[in-house]
Design a protein around this ligand. Structure first.
Ligand code: HEM
Length: 445
């Protein structure tokens, strides 16, 4: 493992820093050890975990054939939540098959059909805002993006089951992203059901309640058998594999829960960052408002999503605060070579999105928020990778960019907001994401 500088501090300290101050830790490592460095993470049986940020290394990493890598070693922690059939836990052929099945639902014309509903949900959630209303932007964005994914993507209609799902999913996600609760997933020894009051017992019961609601939805849809429906659940239900087999209820459940949990908090976190960044950079906000003012008053999702400056604002936000700091870790099964360095079986490879986005060679004055970078230059998929890349890249990338632009345009063209205070906001870890500390408090003015 030549060429991958190993950190010289104790493994426990490295792990604690990675958990408690992830962005600072990564920046310090890059400053001290360069583009590639090796961390020892306690709890992963201490295999070397190699972080890369050089575009060539990231390109090499994405190009490693799937058979040479093991994704489950790193993603198995999601199993109790997502289920064993989740796309996230699948490998090689069955992973490829699931992607083929899911991808069409998140692209092209299918996405365009969601546009009006995204704007309407955003209007519905903000309809009671008046002068002086104080909003916690992050909470609000989570509410909007959860409703969008439930209603628009999965086709669950507002009603009792919808309300229960919404409440229970957001409460579960709120808890599993807390450090003490998330440690239950990393240490199987803590996964003991000592009744409803024990942490794991409580998790299992909450999961059971969510599953009951999801299975009820699946059964209702099977019974209705409505061929006109175009949402993802319907698409998955009508899909057949090469032997003509339908997905079982358990497979459908696992896919739905994975997409729900991966899909809404990520987009909500980025939206919270956008609101903070544009309101703390008045020149950006003015330019964005000028662009939005060129639109007429009718809701036209296609016109909105084509706006170049709005697109650049979202891209630059995802560059400076990529909600996921790293790609899914990839464990080497069969020796691989990255930028001329050999890595042996057991090594964990981590393309580091955060550091790739902060490279001064690629992004001069990388810590400055400058959306115009994306107007003047095109970056390669190995320099700019907020959604990861290769055959494991995010399947919701196009959808979430589309969604973000519509939510932003709908709110900004109806309300004027200001930050509740001028204090700088720092990133804080929330599960596998980094979000603005304090949730970004704003006032309607
Ligand atoms: C701004 C929002 C989002 C960001 C920044 C984001 C980021 C990411 C990243 C970095 C990965 C890992 C990619 C890799 O290892 O190469 C990923 C994977 C994934 N994301 Fe997203 N994501 C977002 C929204 C969504 C949405 C809306 C969905 C679906 C509803 C989604 C579903 C997934 C799935 C299923 C995977 C696993 C793909 C696989 O293993 O094949 N994400 N995402």
């Amino acid at each position: 493992m030549k060429g991958s500088n190993e950190l010289r501090t104790p493994g426990l300290l490295q792990t604690l820093q990675l958990i408690t101050q992830p962005t600072q830790f990564l920046e310090n490592c890059a400053a001290k050890y360069g583009d590639t460095f090796t961390v020892r993470v306690i709890g992963l049986k201490s295999p070397p975990v190699v972080f890369f940020s050089h575009p060539q290394a990231i390109s090499d990493c994405f190009a490693v054939p799937a058979q040479k890598l093991d994704f489950q070693k790193a993603t198995h922690v999601f199993k109790p939540l997502f289920g064993e059939n989740s796309i996230v836990l699948k490998e090689t052929r069955s992973h490829h098959r699931q992607r083929q099945l899911l991808l069409p639902a998140f692209h092209g014309d299918r996405i365009k059909s969601y546009g009006q509903s995204i704007c309407q949900i955003t209007e519905r959630v903000t309809k009671d805002w008046t002068l002086g209303t104080i909003v916690s932007i992050h909470n609000l964005m989570s509410d909007i993006t959860l409703q969008i994914i439930l209603e628009v993507v999965f086709g669950v209609s507002p009603g009792l089951r919808y309300q229960q799902l919404k409440t229970q999913l957001s409460s579960l996600l709120e808890d599993v992203t807390k450090p003490w609760y998330s440690s239950l997933f990393f240490f199987p020894i803590l996964q003991q059901d000592f009744g409803a009051w024990s942490p794991w017992g409580s998790f299992l019961r909450r999961r059971q309640q969510i599953d009951k609601l999801i299975y009820a939805e699946i059964h209702e849809r099977r019974w209705q058998n409505d061929a006109e429906r175009t949402d993802i659940l319907s698409l998955l239900m009508s899909a057949r594999d090469e032997n003509g087999q339908q997905m079982t209820d358990e497979e459908l459940r696992d896919q739905l829960v994975s997409l729900l949990l991966l899909g809404y908090e990520t987009t909500a976190g980025v939206l919270a960052w956008v609101f903070y960044l544009i309101h703390s950079h008045p020149e950006v906000k003015n330019q964005l408002m000028q662009e939005l003012n060129t639109l007429d008053n009718t809701i036209n999702p296609e016109a909105i999503t084509q706006l170049p400056y709005l697109t650049a604002v979202c891209q630059e936000t995802l560059r400076i605060y990529p909600i996921a700091l790293i790609c899914t870790p990839r464990m080497v099964k069969d020796a691989v070579e990255i930028m001329g360095n050999k890595f042996t079986s057991g090594t964990i490879l981590v393309p580091c999105i955060y550091l790739a986005h902060r490279r001064a060679e690629t992004y001069p004055e990388a810590d400055k928020f400058r959306p115009e970078r994306f107007l003047n230059q095109k970056f390669s998929p190995h320099e700019y990778l907020p959604f990861g890349g290769g055959y494991r890249g995010c399947i919701g990338a196009v959808f979430s960019m589309y969604e973000m632009k519509l939510v932003l345009a709908t709110i900004l063209s109806r309300f004027k907001l200001t930050l509740a205070d001028n204090l700088p906001v720092h990133p804080v870890r929330r599960g596998i994401t980094i979000v603005p500390r304090g949730g970004v408090q704003m006032i309607v003015i």
